[in-house]
Design a protein around this ligand. Sequence first.
Ligand code: PRP
Ligand code: URA
Length: 208
Amino acid sequence: MKITIVDHPLVQHKLTLMRRRETPTSAFRQLVNEIAMLLGYEVTRDLELKPKQIETPLEVMEAPVLAGKKLCFVSILRAGNGLLDGMLSLMPSARVGHVGLYRDPKTLVAIEYYYKVPHDIGDRLAIVVDPMLATANSAIAAVERLKQGGAKRMKFVCLLAAPEGVEAFSKAHPDVELFAAALDRELNDHGYILPGLGDAGDRIYGTR
Ligand code: PRP
Ligand code: URA
């Protein structure tokens, strides 16, 4: 299993608040936004830099700036959009792609209903975001679709991962690095993560 758990105290504290049953939609949404910035900071840690000549008020200097094409965040709809907003406040000029998928509640198979990413996705680092990696059917399908669309370099960021999902994902896409705020215990019979935080989409958008 190849996974980085972001164990920063702020991430862990915010995650605990999100897990609590009594946390209301408004607070949950705010917390997703904040935790996304912290995860975004970690997942972009190894971005390449290049020197650029600039002028400070006092002299000319060679200063580091990000090298290469702007990266692309890819949100797995709909819960991925919660993470996307926070990541975009960190990197406002990043490109954005969307993959629309929902889990069939009976079979847990991921069904695609939307796909739109930048035409030059193959030249960019794609950071795929979705709060939950449960069976990993959605993540595996999204990354598969992105590879078909030309994506070559990808990372996957979630809040919670289940061991079953990490194993399946690593088997299907060993080239894609995983980042999570926590690795939880297991899946229940309905494919929900335990102890988890419930249905991420419902908690972000208040649909249940
Ligand atoms: C949730 C979640 C993931 C998926 C994870 O989405 O946001 O996309 O389930 O489960 P998996 O790893 O077993 O595929 P859901 O299908 O509930 O759709 P939504 O985001 O539209 O609510
Ligand atoms: N999707 C969710 O939103 N939550 C889970 O626990 C599993 C899949």
